[in-house]
Design a protein. Structure first.
Length: 114
């Protein structure tokens, strides 16, 4: 699976961004999808995940602020990020999951200024 993420940038604390990730795959609707992030010097952590059926789960740190969604007609997964905080600054990666296989996008940088 080839994944192409975009939508990162610089935003002030309290602002919003929407990340998008396009997947070049024929069976997109069967995939679980997710967003992870990696801050400098830290490990890559799961931010949000959406199942093939649309069930979602979130890291505690983003619950109520971030929303993951998918458009199967466009082969795209989104991450709407509201009320951004400086600690949300990281490189964000989209991912697809099929059994034990994980495919990663190239990452998009989100910087939140205080």
């Amino acid at each position: 699976v080839q994944l192409q993420a975009c939508g990162g940038g610089l935003v002030q604390a309290g602002g919003s961004l929407r990340l998008s990730c396009d997947a070049a795959v024929t069976d997109f609707r069967r995939l679980a999808l997710g967003w992870h992030r990696q801050a400098p010097g830290k490990q890559r952590d799961l931010v949000a995940r959406i199942s093939a059926g649309g069930r979602t789960n979130y890291a505690d740190s983003v619950k109520g602020r971030f929303t993951i969604s998918r458009d199967n007609a466009k082969n795209t997964v989104y991450l709407q990020m509201n009320s951004l905080k400086p600690e949300d600054t990281a490189v964000y990666y989209c991912a697809s999951y099929w059994g034990p296989h994980v495919s990663w996008g190239q990452g998009t940088l989100v910087t939140v200024s205080s």
